[in-house]
Design a protein around this ligand. Structure first.
Ligand code: PGA
Length: 251
């Protein structure tokens, strides 16, 4: 079966609202090849400006995180209800910076995944091993554990709204990319795990993005791998020209 590609820009804690407006408007003009969708994930405070800039376009608006609760006494957190009202359609959860800098564990990430799906948002669930875990030969173990933990209680039906992003932690923001073959091996293994957790059909339909120093000059090679269905892009998504080069990898 032929899956589509999803190219998502994770802007992290970069761009002010006025800068976000300009970059989001530029993304609306970027051309994509067949079967390819564009997504942007600005910071919370930049979402309204970005939403306005992409109105009427085919760009999908995503958030970089959200609270595990709908509302209440959670100082500093942002609710799924607030995101939805701003036109957010998807949320990145379990990013390695959330896991490793802010201490988020699979159980918390899983609460967020279930809440987002229950409210109709799509989810990009990030998984990936650290350098140490790779050196210990534990890549599949770590990724499978994060898949199982993050997706606990997610139904077969809901899986249609889940995208997995494989992002080896050692490749994020470092300029070191997994070779297309190394990434492919992990993607294929994760697809196998999804088949075991759900079904072969669901595994075949689920998009698995690669993330970690994706650039215009390595995007096409990565995307040419049979189990790589797009990219979650950090640094290279902050510049319109380089993001356009990635979004247009198959033109
Ligand atoms: P990078 O970040 O492209 O800057 O490596 C990717 C990510 O963290 O999603």
């Amino acid at each position: 079966m032929e899956r589509s590609y999803l190219i998502a820009g994770n802007w992290k804690m970069n761009k002010t609202p006025s800068e976000a407006r300009v970059l989001a408007a530029a993304v609306t003009k970027m051309k994509c090849g067949a079967n390819t969708r564009k997504m942007i994930a600005p910071s919370f405070v930049c979402l309204p400006a970005a939403a306005e800039a992409i109105k009427g376009s085919d760009v999908i608006l995503a958030a970089q995180n959200m609270a595990a609760f709908e509302s209440g006494a959670h100082t500093g957190e942002t609710s799924v209800l607030m995101l939805k009202e701003l036109g957010v359609r998807a949320v990145i959860l379990g990013h390695s910076e959330r896991r490793h800098v802010y201490g988020e564990r699979d159980a918390l990430i899983n609460e967020k995944v279930k809440l987002a799906l229950a409210h109709g948002l799509d989810v990009i669930l990030c998984i990936g091993e650290t350098l140490k875990e790779r050196e210990q030969g534990r890549v599949n173990d770590v990724c499978f554990g994060q898949l199982e933990g993050g997706l606990a209680g997610v139904s077969m039906e809901q899986m249609a709204r889940v995208v997995i992003a494989y992002e080896p932690v050692w490749a994020i923001g470092t300029g070191k990319t997994a070779t297309p073959e190394d990434a492919q091996a992990v993607h294929a293994a994760c697809r196998g795990k999804l088949a075991a957790l759900y079904s072969k059909k669901i595994a075949e339909c689920t998009l698995i993005q690669y993330g970690g120093s994706v650039k215009p000059d390595n995007a096409a090679q990565l995307m040419a791998q049979p189990d790589i269905d797009g990219a979650l892009v950090g640094g290279a998504a902050l510049d319109a020209e380089s993001f356009a080069g990635i979004a247009g990898f198959n033109i």
